[in-house]
Write a protein that binds this ligand. Structure first.
Ligand code: ADP
Ligand code: MG
Length: 229
């Protein structure tokens, strides 16, 4: 039996509306969901179905209009970053003026780690993803797949509890995208983190043991039937 107090994130009756009155768009409504350590979940749905809105709510990057999102084993919204919650976007959002190593080191410095320790931990994360040889390169010198894997190494360095990825393979060809999903799953498995990946590609979703579906802002998650009748 799994208990909500052991969850990494719990969304209860969550809704998010953008705009007001006649122009209001209900991007997510009545969403109930929970992610536990070790869960690997793909969120499927067409463009505009509300996947990004849901992910931003689970990441604490946005707040629900109705309902509540909590992070029972992590803490409050202000304790999510840098560190426990790592977010990967469609484009890697690396700082263009910083080298790969500096990019991976930066969140650790911001979290208060000493420079030597931060660099050691960042190099270790790059090594885990076979990216050591890119350490001194600038983001503009990387391929799309390499940049996305550096973004994943940056999360790994901060020892994540929960990894949320919003269409991380959306701008990559299938083989490169597959390699990026491999990296995400490997990092989540090594760290025993929970992993949630948004995708509109059924072939990517197939690779996850659990699949949620978004359609018109409505989330469907597989539920264990507890009814006895
Ligand atoms: P998906 O990621 O599945 O493509 P989104 O969560 O981006 O879907 O969007 C869901 C709906 O909410 C869409 O109709 C979109 O236009 C709307 N939406 C998303 N973000 C905003 C915003 N910041 N302002 C207004 N409408 C938004
Ligand atoms: Mg989206």
């Amino acid at each position: 039996m799994t208990h909500i107090e052991d969850a990494l994130v719990h969304g209860s009756d969550v809704a998010r509306t953008f705009g007001e009155g006649a122009a209001a768009v209900v991007a997510v409504h009545d969403a109930h969901c929970v992610v536990f350590p070790g869960d690997h979940i793909a969120v499927m749905g067409t463009s505009g179905s509300g996947k990004s809105t849901l992910l931003h709510l689970l990441a604490g990057l946005d707040e629900p209009t109705v309902g509540a999102v909590t992070w029972p084993v992590i803490g409050t919204r202000s304790q999510l970053r840098p560190g426990p919650v790592g977010v990967v976007f469609q484009s890697p959002s690396l700082m263009p003026a910083l080298t790969v190593l500096e990019n991976v080191t930066l969140p650790l410095l911001l979290a208060g780690m000493e420079r030597d320790d931060a660099q050691r931990q960042a190099r270790q994360a790059l090594g885990t993803l076979d990216l050591e040889e890119l350490a001194e390169k600038l983001p503009e010198e990387l391929s799309g797949g390499q940049a996305q894997r550096v973004a994943i190494a940056r999360i790994l360095a901060s020892c994540p509890r929960l990894i949320l990825a919003d269409e991380p393979t959306g701008q990559l060809d299938h083989a490169t995208g597959s390699h990026v999903i491999d990296a995400l799953v490997a990092v989540a498995t090594t760290t025993k983190a929970g992993l949630v990946v948004n995708t509109h590609d059924p072939a990517m979703a197939e690779r996850f043991p659990t699949r949620w579906t978004m359609a018109d802002g409505r989330l469907t998650t597989p539920e264990v039937c507890t009814c006895s009748a």
